[in-house]
Design a protein. Structure first.
Lengths: 189, 326
């Protein structure tokens, strides 16, 4: 064996090791995105399951405001249907559902017997926490998507991402009003 | 992203500081042990023997605290575990904040005490516990509770809880060793000295004085370190809580309510006070302006939150009526 061959083999081995490292990094990031999305879906599912119970619990009291209830029911059906259409459509349908739920809770405020009903209170708490968990999971999911998308578009991983079929993921978009969050400066000065 | 890097910075700083603090304890232990042994037995060999003894005791208590300190703190504070059936809203809020902070769901405990307060403990996020008093649950609404839980989970995520455990061991162990020595010198030391030859006692006397000075100073120095680092991380945890909840008002109102509450938390003591949401020993905080408090004044914490939202700081008179602070 002579030196040039050894050097070539050495370079090839190093290249292969580097490629394996980058590939594994990409797979790990993609798994994190999937995992974060699964977390959102668990909570969306929970919300979809809670809504019929809430509608049943308040139906008898709200004789004059059936429209609010049908809005919620329709928005829920649309959100369930949007589940298969990818994060962007799903986020839009879920945001519409959040809006109808808010108007429902605003209406509930006008009915003292409903506000005092243990079952309604418990459902309201469960829906509140589910909604909060959805919004916190969404932040986490969007952060993992940002990390993944940045990674597949930057050098050197961009060279590997294309051939191995790593494609961009969609954000789960926040509601418009949620964009106005206060800017937090964590510096200790 | 400034927010991101600052808490990642805090996590690595806490890992490093926990190690440094452990090294500091070992060094102080060795130094104290050697000087005390020298003073007691009059020979360097005696010093070495005492050092070995002190280090053995120290490492046993250190390892025990690292792995069991959280359980000890919870037991001492009279905390009982709760689940989704006994405290559904509290569990929901903790779950929300755990998702926001991206840490596993911690074990949740309740302390039966009407003074509103909370603390977090454990060695890492996977082995973390949060304890809340019944007073806090009764007095705060959902948003305020979220702010407080966000603060506690920031301590968990930033590994402040590990540092607190290590600091707890340090302050405790050094105090015990110094105390042990001082008692020994004043009760048993005298008779031993009369047995010895009078020749060569000059050096021994100097060593004895050094030992006494060290024994008095070491606990104070370690205590000051505990205080200084603990105040800084309260501000950071407040800011992190706002970052998690995206809502500075809940935490601000919670601080105002708790600050205005006059009740004293009976289960807190000198060893656990630095872990709480606000200083549980109120009289102590009011009397001492800064140097000796484990927590920054509540008014300062409120004003820093108001800075985030662009509001003017509270005037002194306004603050006095709102928070009831002296």
């Amino acid at each position: 064996m002579n030196w040039p061959i050894i050097i070539v083999i050495g370079i090839v081995v190093i290249l292969v090791v580097v490629i394996i490292g980058i590939y594994n990094g990409l797979v790990q990031r993609r798994l994190r995105v999937d995992e974060a999305f699964a977390q959102i879906e668990v909570q969306l599912k929970r919300r979809h399951d809670l809504i019929p119970n809430l509608v049943n619990a308040v139906k008898g009291y709200m004789g004059f405001e059936q429209k609010v209830l049908t809005d919620v029911t329709n928005a829920r059906a649309a959100a369930v249907a949007a589940g298969a259409q990818g994060p962007t459509q799903q986020a839009a349908a879920e945001n519409a559902l959040t809006g109808t739920l808010r108007s429902l809770f605003a209406v509930v405020e006008n009915y003292p017997e409903l506000k005092a009903n243990e079952n309604v209170l418990s459902l309201q708490e469960q829906l509140t926490t589910t909604e909060n968990q959805i919004s916190f999971s969404r932040q986490h999911y969007n952060a993992t998507v940002l990390d993944y998308n940045t990674n597949i578009q930057t050098f050197p991983s961009v060279l590997i991402a294309g051939p191995f079929g790593f494609t961009k993921r969609d954000f789960f978009d926040a509601e418009p009003e949620a964009a106005n969050v206060p800017n937090v400066d964590l510096s200790l000065s | 992203m400034a927010t991101r890097s600052s808490f990642y910075g805090q996590i690595s700083a806490n890992k490093r500081n926990s190690l440094l603090m452990a090294a500091f304890v070992i060094a102080i232990f060795a130094l104290l042990g050697f000087t005390i042994g020298y003073a007691m037995f009059g020979t360097p060999a005696g010093g070495v023997a005492t050092t070995a003894f002190a280090l053995a005791i120290g490492s046993i208590s250190g390892v025990a605290t690292y792995f069991g300190g959280d359980k000890l703190v919870l037991t001492v504070s009279g905390a009982r575990p709760v689940d989704a059936t006994t405290a559904p809203q509290l569990l929901n809020v903790v779950q929300e904040m755990a998702i926001a902070a991206n840490v596993p769901m911690p074990a949740v405990y309740i302390i039966d005490d009407t003074a509103p307060n909370a603390f977090a403990t454990g060695r890492d996020p996977a082995h973390a516990s949060i304890a809340i008093t019944t007073g806090l649950l009764e007095k705060l609404d959902r948003e305020e509770l979220q702010g407080v839980i966000g603060h506690e989970l920031s301590h968990v995520r930033n590994l402040d809880i590990r540092f607190s455990l290590v600091v707890g061991v340090m302050v405790g162990a050094i105090a015990i060793l110094a105390d042990f020595f001082l008692r020994f010198t004043f009760w048993g030391g005298g008779s031993r000295r009369s047995d010895r030859d009078s020749g060569g006692n000059g050096a021994a006397a100097v060593i004895a004085i050094v030992a006494i000075v060290l024994a008095i100073l070491a606990p104070m120095i370690s205590r000051f370190i505990q205080l200084a680092v603990s105040r800084q991380r309260e501000y950071l945890a407040d800011a992190s809580s706002v970052e998690l909840t995206r809502n500075p008002y809940g935490l601000e109102r919670a601080l105002a309510k708790i600050g205005g509450d006059k009740e004293v938390l009976e289960v807190a003591n000198r060893g656990t006070q630095h872990m709480y949401f606000t200083n549980p020993i109120k009289k102590f905080e009011a009397r001492s302006s800064g140097l000796m408090s484990t927590h920054p004044p509540i008014l300062d914490r409120i004003n820093r939150l108001r800075e985030l939202t662009g509001e003017a700081p509270l005037e002194a008179a306004e603050a006095a009526t709102l928070t009831g602070l002296e």
